[in-house]
Design a protein around this ligand. Sequence first.
Ligand code: GEK
Length: 240
Amino acid sequence: MTESRDRLFERPGPVGDFVFDAAVARVFPDMISRSVPGYAAIINMIELLTAQHAQPGTRLYDLGCSLGAASLAMAAGLAYDDCKIIAVDNAPAMLARARDYVADSPHPVRLVEADIREQVIENASVVVLNFTLQFLPRDERAGLLRRIREGLVPGGILILSEKIAGETPEADALLCEMHHAFKRRQGYSDLEITQKRAALEKVLLPERLSTHLERLHAAGFRHADAWFQCFNFVSIVARA
Ligand code: GEK
């Protein structure tokens, strides 16, 4: 697969809202790995979390799959041939490229073009929301989490990764400062960082870790705990 460097926000110009179009799809692996500290570690651990929690005869869902990195990790960790991996995204350009990525998967991945708010979730042992919930309107998040909880078999897990806001203004300022330092270290210029932030401002809506944990408990998960954090990027495991 030819992968390109993310130069989308290199030139100064009017910045519209961020969309997952063909230009983003083309550079996505480079963009996400240079923008999300810990992304590779999370993808790696999704393989291990799947190996530990997938149950025979069940479904595994990757909601907001982009190019399918989490689906491939689940496929690598999966020990049961009778499981189904279902990868859902509503951006046709992302799915078009995902098709090539999942072609060599060790376990078949069914790609579905749909809004995750409409997706039926049933008989699931592992559900992944890897940096996707943050793109839903805040008042629609609880409904999706409840439906995921209802679609999980006993002992099934949700892996929820999110960009978060700090618990206090001081904590938030430190996390944002460190995220920007990370992006600069990854080769992004201050202009690229500022323009990308403007593009995401109305699209990616972060919440505090405590808000996520409370919402998961309210949705009926028996427990929910952060298992990974790097600056303002967190991954949670919630168990049905
Ligand atoms: C990864 N999980 O590499 N319905 C379906 N898809 C959606 C919706 C929705 N309502 N809203 C957003 N998306 C991936 C990374 S990226 C994260 C996930 C990021 C999709 C959107 O099209 C995009 O592909 C993905 O969610 C978010 O592990 O770019 O920060």
